[in-house]
Design a protein around this ligand. Sequence first.
Ligand code: WTA
Length: 630
Amino acid sequence: MSEEELKKPEQIVHYPDPSFQESALIHDYNELYHEFEKDPDAFWRRIASDLLWFKQWDNIKVWNHPYAQWFTGADLNITYNCLERHVNNDRRNKVAIFWAGENGKERILTYYQLYKDVMRLGNALKSLGVEKGDRVCIYLPGIPELVVSMLACARIGAVHTVVFAGYGSKALNERITGAGAKIVITADASVRRGGSIPLKPVVEEALIHAPTVERVIILRTQEPKVSLLDEFELDYEDLISQADRYCEPAHVDSEDPLFILYTSGTTGPPKGIVHAAGGYMVGAYYTTKYVLTLRENDVYWCTADPGWITGHTYGIYGPLLVGGTIFLSEYTPDYPDPGIWWKLIEDYGITIFYTAPTAIRMFMRIGEEWPNKYDLSTLRLLGSVGEPLNPEAFEWFYKYIGKEKCPILDTWWQTETGMHMVTTMVGLPMKPGYAGKPIPGVVATVVDDDGDPVPTGATGFLAIKEPWPSMMKTVYQNDERYQQYWNFGKYGYYSTNDLAVMDEDGYIMLLGRSDDIIIVAGHNVGTAEIESALVSHSAVAEAAAIGKPDPLKGNIIKAFVILRNGIVPTPKLIHDLRYHVRIILGPISVPAELDFVDNLPKTRSGKIMRRVLRAKEMGMDPGDVSTLDD
Ligand code: WTA
């Protein structure tokens, strides 16, 4: 045995229980992959044929690198598939959404009720002049109205852009103006950990320079009711109650945009990732059915806020497309106590639980006493997304939550991919530390800078070779940026910007980002955004931000700040700067650590070398510094 092999810890493998596969009506991974490889278009045709289309496609796909069109010429409406397809059949009275609010509040919406609410809001939006293709910004907490608002936009062919309700005013403004939203749908406040967080003031601030916005729709949840600005601010409930009942589903072209979702960019402002109606629908449907295996009697909980891509695809669209029952909650994992999520699983009989490594690590740290207090025997499948699920967290999740009988899906994908790409599709053995294999429909590889495969076990870049239905359509009003994605190496692969290793069985392990995006507790934060927020403070001359490994959050943000001449560094100033970032961007982007420095390592052309800062911070060799200015 070589020294290298001796050093390697033994790879643990968990084999799924064969009974699981039978009960979940799963197809064999290899068989399904083979079906895809043999004839990709026939594969996608079979999947897409489960759904209802107003007009059939001419072609499954037309691929002109870097542009793919999916289901060309077809007309559809995703809400027709999420609602009528069930309401007109056996699922009219089935629970679409169980919602649990803090303090034991509960709301239940059947498919029929959801259908009615969506149509009324769709009509209300139309009455405000919203037309097909218009953008509507939704800034709401994870309550049923968020689901209704997204579907109402889709119903009339408007393009929603959901902004996570934890974002600050500048981040919100950038997304509203970036998308050119005509309407903003929001609420007076959100509820969190026994308190309420006002949202309206954030929206007011964000609207100061947002000329495209014509109206704001406000859901008023609190007493006394906040006052509204005549004509400009409209009450959500009033609008709904005055709206007509039936709203025709708009016939949208398969290639028309369904939504824009912003994600942090390496440089400059966030990127508006555009997803098209037809391809996205098929990708969301396929993976929810075949990867998450969501079935008739499941109660499924995706803990991601609907404001992220995970919430879009696997919190809302995917589960509604397959006619599943969604559980949605505003409870944070540790309030009123760290048993609350396990209590909810027991109370609602959750069967599929999809969450994030950072939450799992938090629970692991608190200890298994908490989950052990509750009956988790309804669970049959567990999932993870957002960052690598480290082997220790995998084992804990497997043992204490899944009781060694639930398979765990470590799902790798991105806002840009729209759907799962790499995981251990049920039936495949699980190797903690590895996400798994490309799912049928996805052709992924680990390559060097040129795009040539690296040897087994060597680090390279994860790249995707072929288009897939739910791939992003473009970057909103920045097609050049889109083209860069499909420009990796000499073969023009889709670049994921993730580092990876592939083992001898084709399993892929993710090693983190290769660019300047920091994944903090599973959320993407761009160094550029943090730096520009810091520099917008009057005391700051220059700033740099890096990600620093953290056992709980994966990474934390560390900032280095050069103060303006004459400004004295004080602990109070650190506090002020962090608060400043919080107000502008929201709590996720706040640097956990902040150092004042006299200079920053830069290239001769003036680019900050974050790599050098990172290496120094971690006591490692900074590598090649030949481009470093003295
Ligand atoms: C990271 C979230 C390792 C990765 C769906 C990716 C992961 C970025 C995993 C996308 C995983 C997501 N293992 N890393 N299972 N899932 N990532 O756009 O760096 O919010 O590129 O989409 O998160 O984040 P996004």
